[in-house]
Ligand binder design. Structure first.
Ligand code: GDG
Length: 503
């Protein structure tokens, strides 16, 4: 259980995220079905929502859902972490198709994603998509308020008039929801605690100020009582923006921001992975790479996204082969790229660029029985993924910018024998913490090639030393620890359940 001990969390939890913890699918006969999505976040948070009678609010994923249509209960043989979530604990938010398109593909992915990854040239600023964003955030806020009113009524009936329900809002799709939630709570005297966690980086003031309505984003985040980011740098960027844009009084060392007589607490809470789950998958999985023993695999696993540094990575691998032809027929780059946001033009262009570049390099270096790059444009199962992680000699995790990056963590968790080498970009949140990785600037193609060369030659003893440290850290700071820390920071954990590492 993620939270052990007697008391557990001391308040109902309302999770608000763009997506529900499972996908809703409409069958041909018109009935709805739950389809699992297996992220670490869902694995960690769903059991807490289940055990403590919370609710999860998210976009339904359907445009034809009727307002009173019920979500199906889970199937009796469902083994997914969300299986115990009752339909009454799921609150779907329905959004009109055009509105959703403007909010999600327009503002979230066309504006905030590039801006918050410090790539402002790719960001499009449009008043109409921003307005749609605010309206959709209000729909989420309304759904949250409805759930809150219901939960407060139940608590009051049970005589628990002091209990503060916890609202936990996730990510850049929901920056302004808390503004409305707080306003209505104040008007109607509804009690709750609001917390927010950002899964992507928070950029510097210089980047943030490019967004014409940056004050409303900052105010939306500050409408929460507690705000978490992956690393301290993002916290400090945020605090700086509050100070410079809104004139807030701030305490950088105490990580506090004052706004309208309220004090908002800010904290770095680096997310982790379900470590044990990956170890078990790696132990159970059959051999993944059936090649002749002599070919070493360098692995890349990413959503196909321009922030992940895929083009630079492929060029670095090409440079390796140019500079060190001894690797021809001896190493292969296996790149798994999960299709993502294929409606957005930037993503389709990247797909074309990758196809073209990989074709060119394979044409240039291939032999009758060997190709330098194996490229999967698609998704593989988590079992297959764990096997690849386990069997790869090198993992290339080289984003140009990344909030944290879970692939780096999952790779080390799966290194249960003959340890490989993690090559990591300093521009991922993970880069500042996984000190025993080989850190390389992804923009520096030559350096990258050299670092891959070094990784391929690293003696066993050094690989072991590095991997033991890397794995130990991920084992302790896993996703349950992250969630526990968030709830503790919100004051939602009874003392005996606090993780000793949290304080
Ligand atoms: C955002 C932030 C932050 C990938 N391919 C397959 C597959 N995956 C899974 C991995 C991993 C996840 O997708 C990717 O997570 P990342 O953290 O690397 O990246 P984002 O999707 O951009 O996530 C990021 C994260 O939020 C959490 O806060 O770390 O910085 O950008 O878990 O395993 N899973 C399966 N098949 C695949 O082919 N089954």
């Amino acid at each position: 259980a993620p939270i052990s001990g007697k008391g557990g969390i001391n308040a109902p939890l309302i999770v608000v995220s763009n997506r529900l913890p499972f996908v809703l699918h409409r069958n041909k006969d018109g009935t709805l079905e739950r389809k699992q999505s297996a992220g670490g976040l869902v694995t960690a948070v769903a059991p807490v929502v289940i055990d403590y009678k919370g609710v999860w609010i998210g976009w339904s994923g359907l445009y034809d859902m009727k307002p009173d249509e019920k979500i199906p209960e889970s199937h009796p043989d469902d083994r997914a972490p969300t299986a115990g979530l009752l339909s009454s604990q799921i609150i779907p938010v329905n959004v009109d198709e055009n509105e959703f398109e403007a909010y999600y593909n327009g503002c979230c992915n066309g504006t905030f994603w590039p801006l918050f990854h410090s790539m402002p040239d790719r960001a499009v600023f449009q008043a109409d998509t921003w307005k749609a964003y605010c309206r959709v955030n209000d729909l989420f806020a309304k759904a949250t308020l409805d759930a809150l009113r219901r939960i407060l009524k139940e608590l009051d009936e049970e005589g628990k008039t002091e209990t503060l329900p916890v609202v936990w809002i996730h990510d850049y799709q929901l920056f302004t929801a808390a503004t409305t939630i707080r306003q209505v709570c104040d008007e109607e005297n509804l009690r709750c605690k609001l917390g927010f966690f950002l899964h992507i980086p928070f950029p510097s003031w210089d980047i943030m100020r490019l967004f014409p309505w940056d004050d409303q984003i900052l105010q939306g985040i500050l409408a929460n009582d507690f705000v978490g980011f992956h690393i301290e740098d993002y916290c400090l960027n945020f605090i700086d923006c509050c100070c410079r844009r809104l004139g807030c009084r701030v305490d950088r060392s105490g990580m506090l921001v004052e706004l309208a007589g309220r004090t908002i607490h800010v904290k770095a809470l680096p997310i982790g992975i379900p470590y044990e789950r990956f170890v078990q998958l790696a132990e159970a999985a059959p051999v993944s790479i059936k090649d002749t023993e002599s070919v070493k695999v360098i692995l890349g696993v990413d959503r196909l996204d321009y922030t992940k540094g895929l083009v630079h990575r492929i060029l670095a691998f090409e440079r390796l082969l140019e500079k060190y032809p001894q690797y021809i027929e001896k190493v292969t780059l296996l790149q798994v790229s999960v299709p993502s946001r294929t409606i957005v033009r930037e993503y389709r262009q990247l797909k074309d660029e990758m196809d073209q570049m990989i074709g060119r390099i394979n044409g240039r270096f291939s032999k009758p029985n060997w190709s330098p790059i194996r490229y999967i444009y698609g998704t593989i199962s988590q079992e297959q993924l764990a096997a690849l992680y386990r069997d790869a000699a090198v993992a290339l995790v080289t984003p140009l910018r990344d909030g944290m990056n879970l692939v780096a963590k999952e790779y080390v968790a799966c290194q249960i024998r003959d340890p490989g080498v993690l090559i990591l970009s300093p521009f991922a949140g993970a880069g500042g913490m996984m000190h025993e990785a080989l850190v390389v600037n992804p923009y520096e193609i030559n350096d990258c090639a050299e670092v891959i060369h070094r990784a391929l030659h690293m003696p066993l003893e050094e690989r072991e030393l590095r991997m033991i440290q890397l794995r130990h850290r991920e084992e302790i700071w896993d996703v349950n620890h992250w969630m526990n820390s968030f709830l503790a920071s919100m004051g939602a954990l009874d003392d005996e359940d606090k993780d000793p590492l949290t304080t």
